[in-house]
Unconditional design. Structure first.
Ligand code: UGA
Length: 433
């Protein structure tokens, strides 16, 4: 497993739990030391016990040595990150090509190189020619593409029981290698879709583009609801009964963030431009814009509830992670809103059950509290921006006693408005009257 971030570490542990011998590689020795010690360096429910179990079984090890990896692997899974480039929409492929160019000259025996990282279509083909040109094993290294659809927070279950497996191959040999590598998962009933390399790379970005579009669709409806005093949660509920539409990813609120959806739609647009089909994806510009407008709307609502005065107003921000059950703060809508309010002059206090350490490092200027109650203490306004269970279940009567003024904006449509209003709160939400 090349790369031990969310994807690589989870995949390494899960493959070892299925009975394979796994070696995980990372260039960060600190990460390798922690993983070897049975510690998961990020928050992912269920992963740490499985890591310990598989380490104890002797089937899982970690290393920083490419030589060891080249010697070890029948299948090399590429799991490195492909973040957005600075000041550009395109994906930064530095980690991908560093891994490929370091490993390829060391590949002396037949093996499969399986890409899992999310890449612009055409990358797999470029990797294949680089490997063919520099691997001593030459044609005996088969390049295939096996996109990954796991969600953070459900990573173990999504890896062991995925909705589908996609194998992008250009030979029987490649397909056979993938079928063997996923034999236990396939035996569990997971459907397999075999495609060419280009289609497999596109499946991943198309899936994320569709999910982002669905979220922005309902958030666009929320804007219309706001102008008409309609209720987007009821609208969404009614739509969801149409099985052609379905209710998943139709939850209106502060919109999508994270290390995947935002950068993937932008990289997809950038790649479409290079391919001369930018018009096909122009709608994604709007998907992105709708999503970002929700953050601006949240700031406006806060301002409205504070009678246009930000200075010396304390705002409790509940949530820092980009979604619940994660400590990931990459492109977090919650921290974006917190920063905008901080810059507008408010006294912003942030609390999150899991993402505090990451938030403190990345946003040192914000103030942090150790609990919901501490954050809410003396607040003139409470904003629920990431829908952790602990916030959904918060007792409005208890919070009302510690705040300076009982004002709340439910940025994720996660609370029961009647319950909060009955406890004396002024309750506002995105897309609801
Ligand atoms: C996403 C995809 O769901 C995975 O299938 C994919 O493998 C992954 O990206 C990736 O490319 O690696 P993830 O980023 O973990 O997974 O998060 P999601 O659960 O998709 O949520 C993304 C964002 O959308 C979150 O900020 C969430 O709060 C927001 N969201 C989700 C909504 O605003 N409304 C919804 O109805 C659903």
């Amino acid at each position: 497993m090349l790369g031990t971030g969310y994807l690589g570490a989870t995949h390494a542990v899960c493959m070892a739990s299925l009975g394979f011998d796994v070696l995980g590689l990372d260039v960060d020795p600190a990460k390798i030391a922690r993983l070897s010690n049975g510690e998961v360096p990020f928050y992912e429910p269920g992963l740490e016990p499985l890591l310990r179990k598989t380490l104890a079984s002797g089937r899982l090890r970690f290393t920083t040595s490419y030589e060891e990896v080249a010697e070890f692997g029948d299948v090399h899974f590429l799991c490195v990150g492909t973040p957005q480039k600075d000041n550009e929409y395109a994906a930064d492929l530095d980690y991908v090509y560093t891994a490929v160019t370091t490993l390829a000259p060391l590949l002396t025996r037949p093996c499969t190189f399986a890409g899992k990282s999310t890449v612009p279509v055409g990358t797999a083909e470029r990797i294949a020619s680089r490997i063919a040109a520099s691997a001593p094993a030459g044609d005996d290294v088969e390049v295939v593409w096996n996109p990954e659809f796991l969600r953070e927070g459900f990573a173990v279950d999504d890896t062991l029981h995925p909705d589908r497996l996609v194998f992008g191959v250009d030979s029987q040999r490649g397909e056979q290698a993938m079928r063997e590598a996923f034999a236990p998962v396939i035996a569990g009933g997971t459907p397999v879709v075999v495609t060419d390399l280009a289609t497999a790379q596109l499946v991943k970005v198309a899936a994320n583009a569709f999910l982002a579009t669905k979220i922005s669709f309902i958030n666009a409806m929320a804007e219309v609801c706001e102008a008409t005093h309609a209720d987007v949660t009821k609208l969404s509920e009614a739509l969801s009964h149409d099985s052609r539409i379905g209710g998943r990813f139709l939850h209106a609120g502060l919109g999508f963030g994270g290390g995947c959806l935002p950068k993937d739609i932008r990289a997809f647009m950038a790649r479409a431009g290079e391919l001369g089909v930018d018009q096909a994806l122009t709608f994604l510009t709007e998907v992105d814009a709708i999503n970002l407008r929700r953050r601006a709307r949240m700031v406006d609502l806060a301002r409205e509830l504070l009678d246009d005065t930000m200075a010396h107003r304390r705002i409790a921000i509940l949530g820092a992670a980009f979604k619940p059950n994660s400590d990931d703060i990459r492109d977090s809508p919650a921290l974006d809103v917190a920063t905008r309010l901080h810059h507008a002059g408010a006294d912003v206090v942030v609390y999150d059950p899991a993402a505090m350490d990451n938030a403190r490092i990345r946003y040192p200027d914000l103030t942090y509290a150790a609990s919901t109650l501490e954050a809410a203490h003396g607040a003139h306004l409470v904003l629920l921006l990431t829908e952790w269970l602990e916030f959904r279940e918060a007792d409005p009567a208890v919070l009302a006693e510690v705040v300076a003024a009982p004002n709340i904006v439910d940025g994720r449509n996660a609370l029961d408005p009647d319950r909060w209003r009955a406890a004396g709160w002024t309750y506002r939400a995105l897309g609801r009257p």
